[in-house]
Write a protein that binds this ligand. Sequence first.
Ligand code: NAD
Length: 410
Amino acid sequence: MSHKAFENVNRYFGRAAKVLQLTAQESMLLSTPARELRVECNVRMDDGTVETFIGFRVQHDNSRGPYKGGLRFHPTVDIDDVRALASLMTWKTAVVGIPFGGAKGGIAVDPQKLSQLELERLTRKFTQGIRELIGDMLDIPAPDVNTNAQVMAWLMDEYSKFYGFRPGVVTGKPVELFGSKGRDEATGRGVAIAIEEYLKTEQRGIAGTTFIVQGFGNVGSHAARILHEQGGIVVGIGDHTGSFYDPAGIDVPRALAHAREKRSLAGFEGLSSASDALLTQPCDVLVPAALGDVITPEVARALACKLVVEGANGPTTPEADEILQGRGIPVIPDIYANAGGVTVSYFEWAQNIQQFAWEYERVRDELDKVMRRSFAELAATAKKHRVDLRTAAFTMAIERVKLASQLRGY
Ligand code: NAD
């Protein structure tokens, strides 16, 4: 995302604040993060030298439950970025009505340049730095860009050295180590359910609809797989190594096998190096599922899709969002569209606390219920206030957070 990331989220917040006629004081109270932590992580590298990495944890709001949010490893991570993502988590958990607040963590690092052992030492160092502020009833991290179940396992292990057996301190863990079945695919599955619900309002379905998915990591690869399984025609995919477009449809299972083996799409037959051009190719539904700020005004003017579904956090800048509104291209916003991940993180946390494991079918069915119920509430809110889906989502979320804060007493 950009150095304006937090300002961007607050512009969306501001649109909903107008609908709700919040006072300036209320807006300030609700949008300001509760706590921000910056930690220095000194790590012994494999060659014996020591390197310093800077990490952040921002806790935005906990009026509806413990702070909750992912941990990102990326060279562009900075405090503003993490603040924006933490705030999005507050609104996201409220939109889907799960009992958490919002937080986010990040380390400015290019994990591709680190060995597995260096990555493990960095994760443990960061956990030591934030350990006093996290906990299963305080703040619960999860995977995000470039972090996965293994990273969550290291975090859980490091935390447990200080506080004993507390698997609920982090979600997105390996299924073999107190993780939940269905967590891996949850965000992508949620994206597919969001799309299905929206298409229903136009008397259409996923089968026969064409899709472009940008990003082929946790969110993008599962979204592409599930859309393909449900008869969708995935005409475009791409990641940081390049992109692939074929109007006849891509062999998604082959792309998945390639990405599993090679850890990226690099070398996938027919892959072109220009990943920027992918977004503006023709399709029915565009799913940005990589980084933030990819739909700029220029891209928004050039998009050749009929619907945008935000798998990623913050993929559309506010200026671009206005252009899309002007062009009549609806956007299903991140704080609803990609909430499947944190929803199943909630199920994982609930299972950890009860020391009881759910079957995959139960996870899938409960996720389904949450996503479909939330869509109905979102659509009703949009209709009631005659606003776009993003403003409706923020309106719903702010009302819930505001009410909880009031009931507790500011
Ligand atoms: P990931 O690290 O698993 O995958 C990221 C993908 O984006 C990779 O395929 C990478 O190659 C691609 N990418 C990076 N830079 C790119 C570029 N310049 N052009 C094209 N592709 C690029 O991360 P993820 O967990 O799938 O997260 C993706 C997005 O979804 C992020 O915005 C994240 O915040 C959001 N999100 C993730 C979850 C989750 O459960 N993991 C939940 C909600 C939202």
